[in-house]
Every structure is written in structure tokens, then in C-alpha cells.
Design a protein around this ligand. Structure first.
Ligand SMILES: *Cc1c(COP(=O)(O)O)cnc(C)c1O
Length: 454
């Protein structure tokens, strides 16, 4: 009970490396494949999209990778981020569990995404790239990349999923404040976008479509590259600063987690928190249960198939072996826009297949009920995505109340919800419904997934 409410690290204690979980896995993850030949992709196949240094990280099996000094300098604007003990939520729930949350909403963009935006832009800047293109769903990634581009003087062009472009005008303003140019997706600027708009002028868009548009623009110009905010190995690598800090912070108060829960959209905040703890678990230093939490309306791990699929809707990216609902799947417009992606990080999918982590899905009304309990006790208004992690932590804490177990629960509160208040308004006025995903919708999208051995 004597744990302080906030557990801080000094700037001087901030980790100076990222952790690559590939080095410690019992089996290496299956490689990405060239979309045409279906042979393992080489660095060349990614060269039009990403700078060399990031392609090396994508394929690396080195355990630790040094964080460049200029990246650490920008990280220091908000890192190390605080770890909180949720004393007041515990009291409300009347649970013997001890709940800790690592808060990433202290970053300029309000989420964990700048942890990877900053190094991605820095490596591109080192290789003389002029402009980055990207997609954004809820607007968190686009604003993080715009912020990072402003730090290193690159241009930034963002395709924002149309439904979110209309629903979240202030995210667009944030991107523009940091100098980004923003288009709704599908847009009239790309051939693929034009085709989709011809079919439906009010097309809601999807992350897969927006990725196709941003990738299509980047590959046409050698001074332009593309940046992805989740899913890929190098993105998860950069996010491990979260877990490395959390390990040090928990050690300061003499705790080790029994249960770690994290929300999974593409898998980056989850991987970022969980992988350093997985390393400790594999080394026999602790034994936490590690659990992914996804929306019931986009249940990639719990209902998707583990097979090779494209990362985007038009089929421009290399094929990745991952849990997928099918690249043509358009998820229901749930409020957690950042979790509306048809695939899951190949690394998270692989460790799930290996049985090293569990997965559950939770419907959105339960998530927002948890979010209100959290906001009314801990004060912070969570982004809609981490409400899934909070709801899972609440479930676990209530199970402890039943059993009397004093478990230590750790989660990432990966962003605040200050620009997502419309979702709360919908919930508070009783209009939020749970969107169930019929198996037929999954089967339909799976029919378009390429048939590939392995
Ligand atoms: C983007 C985003 C997510 C989903 O992406 P992951 O890669 O799964 O972390 C979750 N929460 C917030 C706040 C986000 O911005």
C-alpha cells in the first residue's frame, strides 16, 4: 500500500536502446514475401518504401539496437513517461489486485505513436528524404508523424480515413499546425481512390485503403518515402522503450507483474509494453500472463486466420504472415478507430501462435463503462483504444476480488481521449451499441486473400 501514485524515472535513467524480441524467440517469425513471386522479400523489395536503416531494423535479429542521440533528445520532451499505481480505481473496484498503468498520453500527440514517428523521420532525414506520406485512422499516427517531421524539417502528407476525417476535424488541425497536408481517403488524388469514390462518393474509407493511397504516392518519387505507424517489426522495436522504462519503474517499487494486458490494433503499443517483459519471462525472471485485448467488432487474433495477406487493400505491400480478417475487410465504424485494422503485427501473431501470449475481445460498451470508472477515479480520460485494456484490467481486478488473489496487473494507457470526446458523448447519451461481426463478413473478405503455402 505504500507504493507512490506516480513512479518516475530521471531523464538520465531513460533506456538508450530498443529491444528486438526476435533475438529471443524459440522460432524465428516467417519472412514477408514478395507480392509477385511469393519468394521471401529482400531489402530491395522494401527500398522504394523505407530508408535502408529501417529496412535493416525490420530484418534484424540483433537483441539491442542503440537509440540515436538526436532521437533521445526529442524523446526527452516527454520521456521517461510516468508509471501510475491506480490506487483510486483499485479502491472503487474494492479489489486486492494492484493495478499499474504506463501513461503514454504525455507525448505531444497524446499517444505512444511519437515513440516510432521520431526515429522513423530521423532515419529518413539521414538518407536525404524530402517528404513522408502516410495514412491515419483515428488521427493519432498522422499527427505524430507531422510532429516528428516538424522536428527534422521534412514535409508530411497524410491520407486520413474518410469517416475519421469527418468525425475528428481537430486531429486534422493538429496535423496542419505541425505543417502536415491532410486528405480524406479515399481521395481524388490517386487512381485507387478515384475508383472507390466512383463506386461510392460517401465511401467511409479504411486503414487498408488509406495505406494503398499513401504507398502509391511514395513509390512514384525517389525523394519521398512512406511511414507506417504500427504492424511492422521496426515499429514494434521503437515502442519497446515503453516496456523497458516500465521494467525499471516496477523494479523501483519491488513489483513484478502477474498479468499484463494491452489493446491491440496493429500491435505496437502492446508489443512495446509486452516484449521486454516477455524477454524476462523467457529468461525465467518472472512469469506474467500476457494478454492482447481487441475489439469484438474487429477481432483479428481471436477470429482471423493466420496466413499470408497484404497489409493494404490494393495489394501493393509485401505479403505478411499474420492474423487477418482479409485485406478487403472494412471494419464497422467503432469508436476505437486505431483498432480498425484487418491485420495484426506479424510478430504479435507469431508469438500468439507460439502460445506465448493470450488474446480476448471485448465489446465497446463494456470498454466505455471501464473508461468512465477510470476517468472518475484516476482522472485521465482515456483514448477509445486503451479503454479495451482498461476493461480487461477491470475484469482481472474483479476476478481477484472473487478469488482474493493479490495480483499485480500492468497495462499501457497508450493515449488520452481529449480529441475523442464525440465517442464519449455517444456513450453518455446511451446511443452506443455493440457491433457484432457476423462470420459471413469474415468469410467474404477471406475469399480475396491470396492462397499461399506456408
Ligand atoms: C494507433 C493507436 C492504437 C492502435 O495501434 P497499436 O499499434 O495496436 O498500438 C492504440 N491506441 C492509441 C492511443 C493509438 O493511437
Amino acid at each position: 500500500m505504500s507504493t507512490p501514485t506516480k513512479i518516475y524515472l530521471d531523464e538520465s535513467e531513460m533506456p538508450t536502446h530498443w529491444y528486438n524480441v526476435v533475438a529471443d524467440l524459440p522460432e524465428p517469425p516467417p519472412p514477408p514475401l514478395h507480392p509477385g513471386t511469393h519468394q521471401p522479400a529482400t531489402g530491395e523489395d522494401f527500398a522504394a518504401l523505407f530508408p535502408k536503416a529501417l529496412i535493416e531494423q525490420e530484418m534484424s535479429a540483433e537483441r539491442y539496437i542503440d537509440i540515436p542521440g538526436e532521437v533521445l533528445d526529442v524523446y526527452r520532451l516527454w520521456r521517461p513517461s510516468p508509471l501510475f499505481r491506480a490506487h483510486r480505481l483499485e479502491k472503487l473496484l474494492d479489489t486486492p489486485a494492484r493495478i499499474y498503468y504506463k501513461y503514454e498520453g504525455v507525448s505531444p500527440a497524446g499517444s505512444h505513436k511519437p515513440n516510432t514517428a521520431v526515429p522513423q523521420v530521423w532515419y529518413n532525414a539521414q538518407e536525404g528524404i524530402r517528404k513522408l506520406t502516410t495514412e491515419t485512422g483515428a488521427g493519432q499516427w498522422g499527427s505524430s508523424l507531422a510532429f516528428a517531421c516538424a522536428q527534422f524539417g521534412l514535409e508530411c502528407e497524410v491520407w486520413q480515413v474518410a469517416a475519421s476525417f469527418r468525425a475528428k476535424p481537430y486531429r486534422r488541425t493538429m496535423m496542419e499546425i505541425w505543417g502536415g497536408a491532410v486528405h480524406p481517403s479515399p481521395s481524388g488524388l490517386t487512381e485507387f481512390g478515384k475508383q472507390l469514390l466512383a463506386q461510392d462518393p460517401n465511401h467511409p474509407g479504411s486503414l487498408g485503403i488509406a495505406i494503398s493511397e499513401a504507398v502509391g504516392e511514395a513509390v512514384e518519387d525517389p525523394t519521398v518515402r512512406y511511414a507506417l505507424g504500427s504492424v511492422l517489426n521496426h515499429v514494434l522495436l521503437h515502442q519497446t522503450i515503453i516496456g523497458e522504462e516500465a521494467l525499471l519503474q516496477l523494479a523501483k517499487v519491488g513489483e513484478t507483474p502477474d498479468v499484463l494486458v494491452g489493446c491491440t490494433g496493429g500491435g505496437s503499443n502492446f508489443g512495446g509494453l509486452a516484449f521486454p517483459f516477455l524477454r524476462e519471462k523467457l529468461a525465467g525472471n518472472m512469469n506474467p500472463t500476457i494478454r492482447c485485448v481487441e475489439p469484438a467488432a474487429c477481432p483479428t487474433l481471436t477470429k482471423g486466420e493466420y496466413r499470408y495477406d497484404f497489409g493494404d487493400t490494393a495489394g501493393l505491400t509485401p505479403l505478411m504472415k499474420m492474423h487477418t480478417l482479409g485485406a478487403s475487410f472494412i471494419p464497422e465504424p467503432i469508436h476505437a478507430g486505431g483498432l480498425r485494422y484487418h491485420g495484426m503485427a506479424p510478430l504479435v501473431s507469431h508469438i500468439y501462435e507460439l502460445g506465448l501470449v493470450e488474446a480476448i475481445s471485448i465489446p465497446q460498451t463494456e470498454c466505455f463503462e471501464g473508461a468512465l470508472q477510470f476517468a472518475r477515479t484516476e482522472g485521465i480520460v482515456p483514448a477509445p483504444e486503451p479503454t479495451h485494456a482498461i476493461a480487461a484490467a477491470v475484469r482481472e481486478a474483479m476476478a481477484c476480488k472473487e478469488s482474493g488473489e493479490e495480483k499485480v496487473i500492468l497495462t499501457a494507457l497508450c493515449g488520452h481521449g481529449h480529441l475523442d470526446l464525440a465517442a464519449y458523448e455517444t456513450f453518455l447519451s446511451g446511443k452506443m451499441v455493440d457491433l457484432d461481426l457476423p462470420d459471413s463478413a469474415i468469410q467474404e473478405a477471406m475469399q480475396n486473400v491470396p492462397q499461399i503455402e506456408g
